[in-house]
Design a protein around this ligand. Structure first.
Ligand code: HEM
Length: 219
């Protein structure tokens, strides 16, 4: 069983497919995360967001979901580092899987650096809200308001979210290619949906630091 997994991960096609799958699952997390965070805009001094945060933190399944999420992030990063290393080592003609459009080579150039910026943002983000859990759980809305009304923190968030936007704008196309989708009609449609989703997630997330930087909702 293990050797089957090892062989799958060490083959370039298997690795890319796994990277695509973990990436798509992470996009699923981002959609849910943004949907929950939009309650910050309820304009009720934080009542809706506080209720949401408390509901999430009392879910019995939360520890398992958090471990699964951490494994998804770590798996995705591990596969990205391994793939980037091998791409660098390979000669240009080793790129045969990437197609003839030249898109993938642009994507592979930007995917790694934007991924590094997202990771740096994520470490800061988990530090702000996850590692200071007690303060956060006592007053979730006030914690977010306090963190994001600081211009430096808000700027770091905006930078991280912009990197995420660029990363996501290529992610869907890459994932479809890695999973071997090449339907003449549906694949371009799915790519277009992926781009719209990337823009929606970027605008949705970035509106949060902008909102609090500009003053947010006073309770
Ligand atoms: C301005 C936008 C964002 C806000 C206001 C925000 C807010 C939060 C808050 C309040 C938590 C703590 C939840 C808790 O412990 O109960 C959290 C956790 C988390 N956020 Fe964000 N987030 C934002 C953007 C992002 C982005 C762009 C990503 C991914 C790139 C992300 C990834 C995570 C992860 C992985 C966790 C840990 C989840 C857990 O362990 O339960 N967040 N976020």
């Amino acid at each position: 069983m293990l050797s089957w997994i090892e062989r799958f991960v060490s083959s370039s096609v298997g690795r890319k497919a796994l990277m695509a799958l973990t990436g798509l699952m992470l996009i699923g997390f981002l959609i849910a995360h943004l949907a929950g965070n939009l309650s910050l805009f309820a304009g009720d001094g934080g009542t809706a967001f506080d209720a949401y945060a408390h509901a999430i933190s009392s879910l019995p399944i939360l520890p398992i979901a958090e471990v699964a999420l951490a494994l998804l992030f770590l798996g995705h990063i591990y596969l990205a580092v391994k793939t980037t290393r091998e791409n660098r080592r390979a000669r240009p003609q080793g790129y045969s899987v990437t197609g003839t459009h030249g898109e993938k080579s642009f994507a592979s150039k930007t995917m790694f650096p934007t991924g590094v910026v997202i990771l740096a943002f994520l470490i800061k983000h988990l530090w702000d809200f996850r590692l200071q859990k007690e303060a956060f759980e006592e007053a979730p809305y006030a914690s977010v308001q306090q963190a994001l009304s600081d211009p430096l923190t808000a700027s770091v968030y905006m930078l991280g979210i912009l990197a995420l936007g660029i990363h996501l704008s290529h992610a869907f196309g890459s994932a479809l290619q890695s999973l071997g989708a090449n339907h003449p009609k549906y694949t371009p449609a799915l790519r277009a949906i992926g781009k719209v989703l990337a823009v929606a997630l970027t605008l949705g997330f970035i509106s949060i630091p902008i909102y609090f930087w500009l003053g947010g909702s006073s309770s």
